[in-house]
Design a protein around this ligand. Structure first.
Ligand code: SF4
Ligand code: SF4
Length: 164
């Protein structure tokens, strides 16, 4: 797995133009069954891919923390939300709360998330390949294929399956 993760930025760069063209066409004319197709591709990929062998998203990017995430996680630590923010988060250029540093503080050496049950919504949903109207997050996906081997494989499978 590490080998694939190391090669991913280059692989994604090589595919960037092709992927961009594909998503431009997909946005213009998404297939009627796109939500179902994505659900299947996502499930098939995550039957093969074990996130515990990877954790590259937690190591290299980290999520946005919504107010609800902050409330829930602070409660888990029996901390005041403001204290949690001061200790772990910072505001980015778009005024969203993100981690002060990566790898994520809550990631263990065994790749387990120490706050798994209360983790941010963005962590639960990453890499968003099973979300409805997938064509609407193509810019995000173009970035995610360089981080997430599963997202990379799903986009490759999409291009095989959806002829547009
Ligand atoms: S979601 Fe993607 S990047 Fe994150 S651990 Fe799973 S395979 Fe790796
Ligand atoms: S909160 Fe958990 S799932 Fe989210 S980035 Fe940190 S370790 Fe990964």
């Amino acid at each position: 797995m590490q080998d694939q993760i190391d090669r991913l930025p280059k692989l994604a760069k090589d595919k960037h133009k092709e992927n961009k063209e594909f998503f431009t066409k997909l946005k213009k004319k998404p297939p009627k069954q796109l939500d179902y197709i994505m659900q299947d591709l996502h499930e098939e990929e995550f039957e093969r891919t074990d996130c515990l062998e990877c954790a590259n998203c937690c190591k290299t990017t980290g999520p946005l923390f919504t107010d609800k995430d902050i409330q829930r996680i602070a409660k888990h630590f029996k901390m005041k939300p403001q204290k949690f923010v001061e200790q772990f988060l910072r505001l980015d250029e778009e005024n969203d709360y993100i981690l002060q540093s990566v790898p994520c503080t809550f990631l263990g050496v065994d790749n387990y998330c120490s706050i798994y049950d209360v983790r941010p919504k963005a962590c639960r949903e990453f890499p968003h390949t099973d979300r409805k109207k997938f064509q609407q997050i193509s810019n995000l996906t173009l970035k995610n294929v360089a981080i997430c081997p599963a997202a990379y494989n799903i986009v490759e499978a999409m291009k095989q399956q959806i002829k547009i």
